[in-house]
Write a protein of this length. Structure first.
Length: 257
């Protein structure tokens, strides 16, 4: 997603993004808001940016629909979730200059939830920012839309196929075991990756490392600190891939991380 200078981001943003990439795109925008090193968008390398990218920053709150008794997401948000945001909004940030509330699939807030949110959107504390992620802006009340700036995200979130996930698992396992020869074989065997599949592979690597950072899923023997560093490498390579740098070149670089 493009970087946004802090002075171009209002206190409330509707981020147009698919549900699949919404979380990643919102975290990217949150990094732009919180980064202490640059006013021109996230620097991508400071501690704040690294925490934001992995969704583990203490001043970033990610809100999603509640689950039912079967573990499935409910159709809409509970109004009490929004009331809890309103109550917590007046608490000072923990470590950054601001707090960022990310509401995923905001079009599922429902009319009561949106109405409960209105006054806070209109008169928020100066240290709060809100990112409402939605694929359907038309499902939001006009009174909500009028209080927000709209940003359309590039669809570059961490979405990938099962095959790409398997490749990522294989690579990270070899990397953690420091098997240089097998890594070289991996690069050789996969040098004919298409640009599209390479993008999925890199997205899968980012997602796996983000899970490591929050203690979720398989760690592959990779430390949290190492996972943070790898995320930045994979993001840079994703940018190279997007301008048609060959998969062979990207895989060759991966052998050096």
């Amino acid at each position: 997603m493009n970087r946004y200078p802090r002075n171009r981001i209002s206190h409330a943003v509707i981020l147009i993004s698919s549900p699949e990439s919404g979380r990643a795109n919102a975290l990217s925008l949150a990094a732009d808001i919180l980064c202490p090193e640059s006013s021109e968008g996230a620097c991508g390398v400071c501690d704040t940016c690294r925490k934001a990218a992995s969704g583990v920053h203490s001043d970033i709150y990610i809100i999603d629909r509640p689950l039912d008794d079967k573990g499935n997401k409910k159709k809409e948000y509970a109004v009490e979730q929004i009331r809890e945001i309103v109550r917590s909004a007046y608490v000072l940030p923990n470590e950054a200059s601001k707090k960022v509330y990310i509401i995923l699939e905001a079009d599922r807030l429902g009319i009561p939830g949106q109405n409960a949110f209105l006054k806070l959107l209109e008169e928020p504390p100066e240290f709060d920012s809100f990112i409402l992620v939605s694929e359907r802006k038309d499902k939001l009340l006009q009174t909500v839309v009028s209080r927000c700036t709209t940003i359309t995200a590039e669809q570059t979130g961490v979405t990938f196929s099962e095959e790409a996930g398997i490749k990522a698992d294989e690579f990270l396992s070899l990397l953690s075991e420091d098997k240089a020869l097998l890594l070289a074989d991996f690069a050789s065997d996969n040098s004919d990756m298409t640009t599209a599949f390479c993008a999925e592979f890199l997205s899968a690597l980012i997602a796996r490392c983000a899970d490591i950072c929050i203690g979720k899923g398989t760690s592959y023997g990779i430390s949290t600190e190492r996972a943070f560093d790898l995320i930045e490498v994979f993001r840079r390579l994703s940018a190279f891939n997007s301008v048609n740098v060959s998969a062979k070149s990207i895989l060759a670089y991966l052998m050096t991380v």
